[in-house]
Design a protein around this ligand. Structure first.
Ligand SMILES: Cc1ncc(COP(=O)(O)OP(=O)(O)O)c(N)n1
Ligand SMILES: Cc1ncsc1CCOP(=O)(O)O
Length: 205
């Protein structure tokens, strides 16, 4: 697992714009797309997730649902991303097909990441690394945690939080296999070109 992980934000790209923005990101080379939606109700979320899943399948990208294990199952997503407020990993694993990817937020907590790996997580995510306009309340994580995680863990390590094409090399150099972005991609005037720029950073290292 390596490359660009784009996360949707329905506040930033409402309505039909969301699908256009996601398709531009996929054309630009996004490998993983996470559907993160704190706005819509269940029925709308199902419809949006089905459409995003179809787009990801068209472009050969992995489709991952944030927070919601039932929705992950309902749309046969490739994976689910779980934070500390969400269903525990062990419980999700019992409900999901064995080949469904499970990612776990570890913030700045290496012990949590070790436990997640031991419990069968497919990747762990650390962050935020830079100031995030999407989630300003997210606690900072250190590059040293990222370095240690990469040195110690065998599963992929994702970096998140305020990442842009200008600063992504800092987290990639510290060991991030994957960079996860919202505004650094979807708030940019040319989403496809920005995705390509991010992807080129992975070809260099
Ligand atoms: C790839 C990735 N990493 C971290 C997060 C944050 O997850 P969480 O802590 O559950 O917070 P919310 O996204 O639910 O606000 C993520 N979504 N994706
Ligand atoms: C969901 C989340 N968790 C930590 S920072 C963050 C938001 C990432 O968005 P952005 O890339 O716009 O900072």
């Amino acid at each position: 697992m390596r490359g660009l992980y784009a996360i949707t934000d329905p506040y930033l790209t409402p309505g039909q714009q969301l699908f256009e923005a996601v398709e531009a990101a996929l054309r630009g080379g996004v490998s993983y797309l996470q559907y993160r939606d704190k706005l819509h109700e269940a029925g709308d979320r199902l419809r949006i997730a089905q459409e995003l899943r179809a787009l990801c399948y068209d472009y050969g990208a992995w489709f991952i649902v944030n927070d919601d294990v039932a929705l992950t199952k309902a749309v046969q997503a490739h994976g689910v991303h779980l934070g500390r407020e969400d269903m525990p990993l062990e419980e999700a694993r019992e409900l999901l097909d064995p080949d469904t990817l499970i990612g776990v937020s570890c913030y700045n907590d290496l012990a949590r990441a070790r436990a997640a790996q031991n419990a069968g997580a497919d990747y762990v995510a650390f962050g935020r690394f830079f100031a995030s306009r999407t989630k300003p309340q997210a606690q900072p994580a250190s590059l040293e945690t990222l370095r240690q995680a990469r040195a110690e863990l065998t599963i992929p390590v994702v970096a998140i939080g305020g990442i842009t094409t200008e600063n992504a090399d800092v987290v990639i150099d510290a060991g991030a296999d994957v960079v996860a972005v919202i505004q650094g991609l979807f708030a940019q005037p040319d989403i496809e070109a920005t995705a390509r720029q991010f992807c080129q950073l992975f070809q260099k290292s």
